[in-house]
Design a binder for this molecule. Structure first.
Ligand SMILES: C[S@@+](CC[C@H](N)C(=O)[O-])C[C@H]1O[C@@H](n2cnc3c(N)ncnc32)[C@H](O)[C@@H]1O
Length: 218
């Protein structure tokens, strides 16, 4: 039922003209206030590498990985991941494939899953993925839910990567991703390893799951 509502919501959003959508989001941003993130613990960011873009960041992932993209939309970044990260398998998960470039499915490395990201992630065994790229629901609760659903599924030493590590998108309004990532880091004690630049300051961030024995959740 929840999935049907989400799908209807996505279809309805697709029917609203882009400029109207942007105007509504920006108007909401002006009236809805949002808390800032907590200050991060120094040891969770010490030694993180800054890279020029998310494309460079995913090149830092080991080749031949088992990976997932949560929220694939048209598959634009899926294509880049296949070329630049060279995974053995890339599981793409989305609730709506109406805009997805289905030619990507000709690539035997791509495995398509239709459904809500946190529900699909729950079907994998723990430690299954080398890295997971989170780019689906950008609200605080949505980003945190995806992080919490994905964390056990990443192997020790693997990565959780978040797109749009930001409070605000200049065109689309408020995001909860920044607060969600900081809260996740503070609770899980997963350190930041890479921070990727972006022209609109919509950074990507990669957190590394500690090897066994480290303190923290997951
Ligand atoms: C920002 S787009 C993804 C863009 C893509 N990763 C890229 O970089 O080209 C977000 C996608 O997440 C999907 N989405 C949002 N919330 C979702 C959820 N809870 N479960 C599944 N898919 C979701 C939307 O349908 C949309 O296709």
């Amino acid at each position: 039922m929840k999935q049907t509502f989400k799908r209807l919501e996505m279809i309805a959003r697709g029917l609203v003209p882009g400029k109207l959508k942007s105007a509504v989001r920006i108007a909401r941003s002006a009236v809805i206030t949002q808390p800032l993130s907590k200050e991060m613990s120094a040891e969770l960011v010490d030694g993180a590498e800054i890279v020029a873009s998310r494309g460079v960041l995913i090149e830092r992932m080991k080749k031949g990985a088992i990976a997932a993209e949560l929220g694939t939309y048209r598959g634009d970044f899926t294509r880049q991941m296949l070329a630049r990260a060279e995974p053995e398998k890339l599981h793409v998960i989305d609730v709506d494939y109406t805009k997805f470039d289905s030619r990507l499915l000709d690539d035997p490395r791509v495995v398509k899953h239709e459904g809500l990201t946190h529900q699909v992630m729950a079907t994998f065994e723990d430690g299954f993925f080398d890295w997971v790229y989170i780019d689906a629901d950008h609200s605080y609760s949505g980003a945190l839910r995806d992080a919490e659903a994905s964390a056990p599924k990443v192997r020790p030493g693997g990565y959780l990567i978040f797109n749009d590590f930001a409070h605000i998108d200049p065109y689309l309004g408020r995001y909860g991703v920044h607060c969600a990532v900081v809260d996740f880091m503070e609770e899980s004690r997963w350190p930041m390893r890479y921070l990727a630049m972006h022209p609109a300051a919509l950074y990507d961030v990669a957190l590394q799951k500690p090897s066994t024995g480290a303190a923290g959740k997951y």
